[in-house]
Design a protein around this ligand. Structure first.
Ligand SMILES: N[C@@H](CCC(=O)N[C@@H](CS)C(=O)NCC(=O)O)C(=O)O
Length: 229
């Protein structure tokens, strides 16, 4: 029996954060369609949640919602959290930053489709500032282009989340690689190093063959593609 069940759509967007960490730590899981829980059963389970991803932990027989909470649960369990209070807090802050970027790049979960002017303002002001936020965090903790991790000398959930954010974004929209190179060269190097870790590389190769350049799906992905491709 797998250790976890992950309920999500057949897309990388928020699930890839969780899947990358599960692969990195060697935990077994089964991918289930989000529709198995959402929306009908969301309020009926213990620890109800609003929307996928949901992670069912077979050991505790409980379901957790909210991507950041799921990552923190797994990171604690598999020792992927920094030890010091400050960096422990920064790991959570990094995951929340990632989730904010996901929200912003999808124009608040597709509330409105992107128009050229708004997209360019986002791309060249907000997104580039976000990239610099990650870069400055890394540099402050000794990250170099050829070595190191976001929050110090040891890998943590923050590296997995940063890679899931920028690696997935750039795989889906390759022209954004230039933006990351210009605003956050050490982060660009970091995500490439993390993507090469054996278990993560195997997972990404297999899932990307299936997802191809897919990102968040729906009309908002089509709108993003109109802006970027
Ligand atoms: N804050 C939540 C966001 C969850 C979310 O927006 N899920 C999307 C897919 S990524 C969804 O299916 N939303 C449907 C809904 O909100 O009803 C998280 O980080 O997990």
């Amino acid at each position: 029996m797998p250790e976890y069940r992950l309920y999500y759509w057949d897309l990388p967007f928020r699930a890839v954060f969780i899947e990358m960490l599960l692969h990195e730590v060697g935990a077994s899981y089964q991918r289930r369609d989000a529709g198995d829980l959402y929306p009908d059963k969301c309020l009926k389970m213990q620890n109800p949640g609003m929307a996928p991803p949901f992670l069912y932990d077979c050991a505790t027989r409980k379901t957790i919602a909210q991507m950041p909470a799921i990552l923190m649960h797994l990171a604690r369990k598999y020792d992927y959290l920094p030890k010091r209070n400050e960096t422990h807090t920064l790991a959570l802050k990094t995951i929340l930053d990632c989730n904010d970027v996901l929200m912003e790049i999808t124009n608040y979960n597709g509330m409105q489709m992107w128009e050229k002017e708004a997209w360019e303002q986002f791309r060249y002001a907000r997104l580039s500032d976000w990239m610099q936020v990650f870069e400055q965090t890394g540099l402050a903790h000794g990250l170099k282009e050829d070595k190191g991790f976001l929050l110090g000398s040891r890998i943590s959930v923050a590296d997995i989340a940063t890679t899931a954010l920028f690696g997935t974004m750039i795989h889906a929209f390759p022209s954004l690689e230039t933006d990351l190179e210009e605003n956050a060269p050490a982060i660009a190097a970091l995500y490439r190093r993390i993507e090469k870790r054996t278990r993560i590389a195997g997972f990404l190769a297999q899932r990307r063959e299936h997802w191809e350049r897919g990102y968040c799906g729906g009309q908002i992905e089509r709108s993003l593609r109109k802006m970027i491709d």
